[in-house]
Design a protein around this ligand. Structure first.
Ligand SMILES: Nc1ncnc2c1ncn2[C@@H]1O[C@H](COP(=O)(O)OP(=O)(O)O)[C@@H](O)[C@H]1O
Ligand SMILES: [Mg+2]
Length: 360
């Protein structure tokens, strides 16, 4: 079942990439009612994307698996489910920093943290209120380094100092037996500890509560680093990118986005690759699962012909699955399908000029 789900999600992601990207192209040219219609298409494609994301999650549902996860996407993807869970008199506001916030963790467990904190916030607001889920990068004197921070704030009852002091103890609950187990925060505490993180809480009776979770930030494209607030993707200056992908539509979309983004793109499939002149090519953008040979094999062959060639993979399969199966190390970036034009340009920019520390 898992493999089947993973396979379907993969093919589906290819199609979604096409839908999303062509919708983006058209969006640049239409106005008025047609633009509204189009934004519905794009919304639906986004929803479908999160659905395939869930399928992929199911395909590799092993809670011990640790991968590089974008904390922002955890918040974004959970938003709809959470809003429905907390009921109508509580408003959920989510504010994620622009860009990605990469952490090493198990995705399902990050979902669990967010869910536990938001449900607790709901329980603390029996007559309604607001819960805010935010992300940012924290650099604080207490702990060295840079941290991906998730902050969940509510306007609820708050808690007494006695409860706050024992908050993370298993079975500590102030709720009626049928409602509380006292295991939620103990679980959160365990997950955060396993991930090398920290958790803190501030609470004022009658005013509300704030939980802060900090997880070690993985170097890479992060909030505010992809060109500032509401990051515009970096644009190229004629750098030559070779796109190797069997699916013609995906190939064409990618080439078009790259062209519009200031790059020079050459497309190839496995058949046309051998005769290609690699002179001046700076980056290989290759699908991992090609028809005849794995992307990494193709990459190695091309690198032998052109040393120093930067490589960026793309794939519709889940990160863990693809890294394990094809022996791709954690330092080598993989761009996940379906991607938006902005995501593509951001990853290409990063692959051509990696931030210091990202690669050995
Ligand atoms: N956001 C919050 N506001 C007020 N009290 C809270 C909040 N989150 C947790 N608590 C307190 O901490 C206790 C333990 O929480 P938790 O471990 O999730 O167990 P449970 O929710 O099953 O009671 C809760 O019973 C409650 O008293
Ligand atoms: Mg709870």
């Amino acid at each position: 079942m898992g493999q089947l789900a993973g396979g379907v999600a993969h093919d589906f992601n290819n199609l979604l990439a096409i839908i999303m990207n062509y919708a983006e192209f058209v969006a640049e040219e239409v106005t008025g009612e047609a633009a509204d219609d189009l934004s519905r298409i794009r919304d639906a494609a986004e929803r479908a994307r999160s659905l395939t994301g869930q399928l992929l999650l199911f395909a590799k549902r092993d809670p011990t698996q640790v991968e590089t996860v974008d904390l922002n996407s955890v918040v974004r993807d959970a938003e709809e489910l959470l809003s429905r869970t907390i009921g109508e008199n509580i408003r959920l506001v989510s504010r994620v920093c622009p860009g990605e916030l990469a952490v090493r963790a198990n995705r399902g467990r990050l979902d669990q943290i967010l869910l536990n904190l938001v449900i607790n916030a709901r329980d603390a607001m029996p007559s309604g209120g607001v819960v805010i889920a935010e992300t940012d990068i924290a650099e604080i004197s207490e702990f060295a380094g840079r941290w991906a921070r998730l902050t969940v704030t509510d306007t609820g009852t708050g808690m007494t100092p006695e409860v706050r002091d024992r908050l993370f103890e298993p079975f500590l609950t102030t709720k009626p037996a049928e409602q509380g187990t006292g295991l939620g925060l103990a679980t959160v505490y365990g997950i955060v500890g396993d991930a090398g993180g920290h958790i803190s809480v501030e609470s004022d009776l009658g005013i509300g509560t704030t939980f802060r979770i900090m997880l070690p930030l993985v170097a890479g494209v992060s909030c505010g680093e992809a060109g500032g607030a509401e990051a515009r993707p970096p644009s190229g200056h004629g750098e030559h990118v070779l796109v190797v992908e069997d699916e013609q539509y995906v190939r064409d979309v990618v080439a078009r986005v790259l062209g519009a983004g200031g790059y020079r793109a050459t497309v190839a499939d496995e058949d046309t690759l051998g005769d290609l002149d690699l002179d001046g090519v700076e980056l290989l953008l290759a699908d991992v699962v090609l028809r005849d040979e794995p992307g990494p094999v193709v990459a190695a062959r091309l690198r032998a012909r052109r040393p120093g060639l930067a490589v960026l993979y793309m794939s519709g399969y889940s990160d863990r699955q693809i890294r394990d199966q094809y022996g791709i190390d954690e330092e080598t970036p993989i761009l996940h399908k379906p991607f938006t034009a902005a995501e593509l340009l951001t990853h290409v920019g990063e692959a051509l000029a990696p931030t210091p520390g990202r690669r050995p």
